[in-house]
Ligand binder design. Structure first.
Ligand code: ATP
Length: 199
């Protein structure tokens, strides 16, 4: 599996629809200061569900929408789509290509799409769990990330190994099951109380 394509429209400095094609191997993005290199990686993190405007170097989520320039008016919405090669079916979907897209409007409306079908952020998170891809996963090593990993708590560091070992999805399902169990136990206790009252 590898990153095949990145399409951005109205995202940060990419006012026009911009398409970047990648091939297996190493790709270097070069350009003068302020030309938008970091905006490319911001786009990848954003489409994978980044919710923190600060970590995208903005103050509010709307800041990811092209804000206008001397020669161009601001735009009303932005969209980023990322396509992975899935010929080896590393992602559990029966498609040779998997495209994830995210769109947000100035009004605040937003949506995620998986192969052009509307989906929830949860679906995207689950799809990429244990693949090393994702807004928090280790496939994106930003500036200062190594220092952050080295100085973090051992439990936090452990999460990286768990993702690599492929057990994150099981832990997440366990957590969900435990939550359901707890709700069921509360419901049962309530029923017992009601029965007791009726007796
Ligand atoms: P450096 O080499 O200095 O790190 P860079 O190539 O990584 O630079 P970026 O930080 O990706 O550059 O891009 C910064 C540019 O993006 C700035 O010119 C900034 O004005 C522009 N930019 C960021 N957000 C928006 C937005 N919402 N609308 C328009 N332009 C934006």
């Amino acid at each position: 599996m590898y990153l095949k394509r990145l399409e951005m429209s109205g995202f940060k400095s990419f006012a026009n629809r911009t398409e970047l094609e990648f091939v297996p191997g190493i790709t270097a993005v070069v350009g003068p200061n302020g030309s938008g290199k970091s905006n490319v990686t911001d786009g990848i993190r954003w489409v994978l569900g980044e919710q923190s405007a600060k970590s995208l170097r903005g103050s509010k989520m709307e800041d990811v929408i092209f804000a206008g320039s001397d020669t161009r008016k601001p735009v009303g919405f932005c969209e980023v789509a990322i396509t992975f090669d899935n010929t080896e079916r590393k992602l559990p979907l029966d498609y040779t290509e998997v495209t994830v897209a995210r769109r947000v409007y100035r009004s605040g409306e937003s949506e995620y799409l998986l192969n052009k079908q509307t989906c929830r952020l949860k679906d995207i998170n689950e799809l990429f769990m244990d693949t090393g891809i994702g807004k928090e996963a280790y496939s994106m090593i930003g500036q200062g990330k190594i220092e952050e990993i080295m100085s973090s708590k051992s439990e936090d560091r452990r999460a990286i190994f768990e993702e690599a070992a492929g057990i994150v999805k099981y832990k997440s399902r366990k957590k969900e099951a435990e939550k359901k169990l707890e709700t069921t136990e509360q419901n049962l206790a309530r029923i017992h109380d009601l029965i007791h009252e009726l007796d």
